[in-house]
Design a protein around this ligand. Sequence first.
Ligand code: ADP
Length: 448
Amino acid sequence: MKELLIKSISVAIRFIRENPEVIFSLILLVFIPAAIFLNTYYTIGKFQKNINTIIHTKAILAENIINLTAKDLLASPDRLQTLVEKIVLENEEIKKFDILIRDENNEGFRVIASNDASSIGTDSLELQNILAWNQKEGIANLGGNDTERFWNITKTINDDTGEKRALVSLAFSLAPSDRLVNSTINLSYLMVLLTIIIVLFLVSNQARLFGYALTLSKLKEVDRMKDNFISMASHELRSPLTAIKGYLEFFMEKNEKKVDADSRHYLENISLSINRLESLVNDILEVSRLEDNQIPMNIIMTEPIPIIIESAQEMKPAADQKGLVLTFLPTSLPKIEADPERLKQILINLISNAIKYTPAGKIDIFAKAKGRKLLITVADTGIGISSEDQATLFKKFSRIQNEKTKDIVSTGLGLWIASDLAKKMNGDITIESIEGVGSHFTLHIPLA
Ligand code: ADP
């Protein structure tokens, strides 16, 4: 048992050391209920003291008034008894009310009127009475037991000459006020309990949030490790791929005349697959470099027309091969702020997509200045994209899979790379498309 306790404590200490954030939760958990408890404890103590004083004052006041009336009635005990009974009836706090005179021997006192009729005529040797007889201002003390507390007040009754004639002894019950105090105490403790429950709830909620934050940071770490792995793996794949590609080209060149039609077909398929693999590896590497901000941007004042022409010319053979008409009619355009190489990369990506997803028809490139931006649009008459798919188009690995695209090789990385590059040049890419009609991809680049 002891070992288990020590083990639990050391586990808790280690956890706090590793996660210092929980200290805040622990402080909340201890500090708030403790503060509320102390405040309640202090307020109730003060409240009780005040009530004691009030009742004390009330008892003394009552006794002074009784003194005034009783002194004239000392000669007629019956009338005195009626007065006592009347006062007790009207004041429920008065639990004992005796009027006593000195006995014949001048040693003790004899009860001549009392709320307890059976005690009339009995002798009393109570110390309180003897003390009070010898003190002008009387005696007041707090007494009673666990169930009921009293203010016991005893004072002499003097005649008009100041001569001591009798004693009045009152017991004022504190029970009604104690009941009130107790119910207030219970209510306050209930409130403290409620507060503790609320604080516990808040802290547990905070602990949950803390757990989420921990998971998130771990997830980020795993994500970073994954990115590192992908980057490293793609990098390592590149060299053997380049070697395979080189040797294959070398082999085809050398054996061009020797290979039969079947073998040629196989070799061409191998070459196609290697090209696909190479572009996938290149895309993945590009994504990881962009995410790590490892691609330096050389943003300079740039003439857009030569770059658009170069990109179109580079893609023309692919368009021709599919029988697509690719046109760009240059008009005069303002200069832009861009990295020329990256601008070309974006345009080639947009044009190659247009060629890929246009079975027949044409691809037009046009550009115009609008506001502080140059808008370069690649418009095709291809398969188009539904508005639903447009929403996820620029996400990583987002590929639209349907009947029309099922045979087209795609990684879903090209548009993510293009739009990230555009953003790094303070630009953007937008899309307008109608399914079955065609798509307009527009690159927005700041003017110089
Ligand atoms: P990839 O470069 O591998 O084709 P992208 O990120 O460039 O991937 O494109 C993502 C998806 O967007 C593609 O799989 C394709 O379905 C769709 N897409 C891109 N360009 C066009 C276009 N011009 N016309 C129709 N669909 C397109």
